[in-house]
Design a protein around this ligand. Structure first.
Ligand SMILES: C[S@@+](CC[C@H](N)C(=O)[O-])C[C@H]1O[C@@H](n2cnc3c(N)ncnc32)[C@H](O)[C@@H]1O
Length: 337
């Protein structure tokens, strides 16, 4: 996906006069070697959050990577860059920033507004299911509604005491598998991921959470490297975006790995393989949970006989289905076609 170039004097990339004039002023002042820049008018934490909110709204940014509005997005970016907690007491919002802090904030705010880099890639971290994860551009930014299912211990779909083995297929940063490991403190969790670079990020997250003794990353094309292993839960947020939908994604998504989105012509190429093969890797009472997003309709149309359970989420999100091992086996010949 094409990336938006940085504006330079005489070029109005976004057609947004206020942003450009701010950045032009920044560039001009910077070239004069004078460290006043925007700090003439922006001085405090609150100033930078407020300025970010205004510019984010003005630029029409897309908020799809952990926040859904300019206020939360600006607060997240500014507080994380300053290494401040989200529950910072109000009084600190009006404290003055050093010039070094202001330089850093101006740099990341510019990248967010002009280059449309998602906040999590600018800070290198994000939260999922109440946990911290490191991310980089080799992994999708965690945001699956499956977080809510994990927080509820996959209730009412499993007997909590009897869950010993979990597979997170298409694991990316490892967020789903690692959060599941917290939900089932006795369980062993495998993370299957095709990309070596994404697997490296997952390993870092496993270490950061000190889960090396029971969470393992396996580089694998779906189930290829899992022969002989069986699971109580197989959970997957695979690539499921179809060719046409890929072209419509906002610029922010262009920073994420294409491998994390591309589900072939209709988005269902990997989903079909998972539905067809998962039954072999489930224990007798095992369940499969798969996110298919906007491909839900196409899936139901293709397999009208299969009794998918579509999960509902209090915090929003859709397109996550659940099937039991016995359902996968019963409908195997239909799913195989
Ligand atoms: C939608 S991302 C989900 C990442 C993570 N589970 C999450 O929820 O943030 C899909 C992931 O599947 C991986 N992937 C793509 N094709 C794969 C395959 N054939 N086998 C295993 N993983 C694959 C991608 O590299 C990407 O990390």
């Amino acid at each position: 996906m094409a990336r938006v170039p940085l504006p330079h004097p005489g070029m109005n990339t976004l057609g947004k006069s206020a942003i450009i004039s701010d950045w032009l002023r920044y560039a001009v002042v910077q070239s004069q070697g004078v460290r006043v820049k925007m700090s003439e008018t922006l001085a405090t934490v609150r100033d930078y959050i407020r300025w970010g909110i205004s510019r984010f709204n003005e630029a029409g940014l897309c908020f799809g990577h952990g926040t859904d509005n300019a206020v939360d997005e600006a607060a997240t970016l500014v507080l994380q860059v300053l290494h401040l907690p989200f529950d910072l007491p109000d009084a600190y919002l009006d404290t003055h920033l050093t010039l070094a802090e202001q330089d850093k904030l101006q740099e990341v705010l510019e990248k967010r507004i002009v280059e449309r880099v998602p906040t999590a890639y600018l800070t290198g971290r994000t939260r999922f299911a109440g946990l911290d994860f490191v991310v980089n551009e080799k992994v999708l930014i965690p945001r699956s509604p499956i977080a809510e299912l994990i927080e509820h211990g996959y209730a009412p779909w499993v007997d909590h005491e009897r869950v010993h083995n979990i597979l997170d297929l298409c694991a990316g940063s490892g967020c789903i598998g690692i959060a599941s490991a917290y939900a089932f403190p006795e369980a062993h969790v495998d993370l299957g991921e095709l990309s070596e670079e994404a697997a490296a990020v997952a390993r870092t997250n496993i270490e950061n959470h000190q889960l090396q003794d029971r969470v393992e990353v396996v580089v694998s094309d779906l189930f290829a490297a899992f022969s002989g292993r069986t699971y109580d839960i197989i959970v997957s947020n695979p690539p499921y975006v179809g060719r046409e939908e890929l072209k419509t994604l906002p610029p922010e998504y262009g920073w994420e790995p294409r491998l994390g989105f591309s589900g072939g012509e209709d988005g269902l190429e990997l989903v079909r393989r998972i539905l067809c093969e998962a039954g072999h890797y489930l224990k007798p009472d095992g369940i499969l949970v798969v996110e298919v997003g906007n491909s839900e309709e196409a899936l139901v149309e293709e397999f009208p006989e299969v009794p998918f359970v579509w999960l509902e989420f209090e915090r929003g999100g859709h397109g996550v289905c659940l099937l039991t091992k016995s359902q996968l086996e019963h409908y195997h010949c239909k799913l195989e076609k």
